[in-house]
Design a protein around this ligand. Sequence first.
Ligand code: AMP
Length: 281
Amino acid sequence: MLLINKVLEIREHVKNAKKEGKKVGLVPTMGFFHDGHLELMRQARKECDVVIVSIFVNPTQFGPGEDYEDYPRDLERDMQLAEEVGVDVIFNPSVEEMYPDGFSTYVEVKGITGKLCGRSRPGHFKGVATIVTKLFNSVQPDVAFFGQKDAQQVLVIKKMVKELNIDVEIRTVPIVREEDGIAMSSRNLYLNDEERKAARILYRSIQKAQQKVQEGERDVNSLKGAVIDMISSEPLAKIDYVELLTYPELEEKDVLEGKMLLALAVKIGKARLIDNAILEG
Ligand code: AMP
């Protein structure tokens, strides 16, 4: 497995691979791998001849007072895990490589970024869209892999790729969960034992909503209410948002019809956790 830090080097590497007719896959990450990340890499390994994983904790997608400084980092451990699932190249640029002095060009997707995490974290998706564009331009992959764990992020990237005519196919991988249902996340590291137990309430409340849909409930407010009540019963959990919006448009609607995205963001201790599911009426 190769470790590359420079844009020009990764570009050269990919150019040579493509000359040989190879299909190139990119898995963009912020590192500190868990099985969710590894599942994206396994999917990429299945589909592509060359698998590149980028590791970059992107400062522009963190707001003031968020956890940019504290975000867990362990390149050595990540390299070992990536090698075990057959990754070919780790692209690990420095902040200066991606954002040289005087950097002033950003990509902004309007509309859907005003909802959910975009509303709670102003500027977050501008940072995401900008770094993903830079990664796509640096690596020029044929296919890129993203997790449904960040459902809104996938929608933002698909829209950006379509509207900016970026030549890459986007694949989505289902949420990978711990045995007790908690969605895997690098931020789960912030939880102590008690908080970790409390975090089960996110997926439990999603399951509650799924059960109500199965029993025939279609009223969006009742479904949201059931989720909110359940999370509120957990003293360590503080709701940021609970939303049930049309999918993929992310619009409000009173009755569950077709596909809708149930999305939650909940603070437990110093971790802000997100989870989601598509409900179908
Ligand atoms: P991150 O390093 O948190 O930015 O995540 C990198 C990629 O892994 C993103 O596309 C995430 O959606 C995806 N991802 C993170 N956690 C999970 C998970 N539990 N299941 C599936 N994909 C995930």
